[in-house]
Design a protein around this ligand. Structure first.
Ligand code: ZN
Length: 207
């Protein structure tokens, strides 16, 4: 979690929906809404297992942790004191590989019990879906590929371009293009292509 981190003042969250991920993040509505779990007590502030301790709002000295900063921003928005904080969300596909998932508004935050302790939850809403009046249509037909679909494609395609086997500069390509009605919601319509083959395909379709 990085609230308005320097040097660009951007707010960034890293998420992972992998089965063994350390935090329980969840996607709803095909990835349009993300429930993001807060971070644990740092191990240097904890005498026991951080996974058994309540997630912290503030440091022992009183200043806000990242949980506290995000929580305060969400409530400033809810209570009309500030516009929604814009969050850049990245999804972990595998160790060292993060995929930009888009811009989200931070619209709510709360704490809840996970059964053994108190955790923070942050509600993020995909930004592009909030403009325009045809929201329902947009939900069914969106360029955005949900993280769960990306993970399925990544595994199926073995992290390689499907034309040449390259493992660098990979993109998620709509097999039937989005502009021609191709869906983002099933792995059957998404494949991995390297930048070169992705551009080649677009040039063919546009030209
Ligand atoms: Zn390629």
């Amino acid at each position: 979690m990085n609230f308005r981190c320097k040097p660009f003042g951007r707010t960034i969250l890293l998420s992972s929906l992998r089965p063994n991920a350390p935090y329980r993040d969840a996607e709803l509505d095909g990835g349009k809404i993300v429930l993001y779990e807060g971070h644990d007590l740092r191990s240097d502030f904890s005498s026991s297992d951080p996974k058994r301790e309540n997630q912290p709002m503030s440091f022992p000295g009183g200043s806000l942790t990242q949980n506290g900063l995000f929580y305060q921003a969400a409530h400033d928005y809810k209570e009309g004191r500030a516009p929604a904080e814009i969050v850049r969300l990245y999804e972990k596909l595998k160790p060292g590989i993060w995929e930009f998932n888009g811009l989200f508004d931070l619209v709510d935050a709360w704490t809840e019990s996970d059964g053994t302790r108190i955790v923070f939850k942050f509600k993020l809403v995909f930004k592009e879906e909030q403009v325009g009046s045809s929201q329902l249509l947009e939900l069914q037909h969106s360029r955005m590929i949900p993280a769960s679909v990306k993970l399925e494609v990544w595994k199926r395609d073995d992290g390689k371009c499907q034309k040449c086997g390259s493992t660098v500069n990979l993109h998620f390509d709509h097999i039937i293009p989005y502009s021609m009605g191709g869906t983002s919601l099933t792995a059957q319509n998404i494949q991995l292509l390297c930048a070169k083959h992705n551009l080649e395909k677009r040039a063919r379709l546009d030209g």
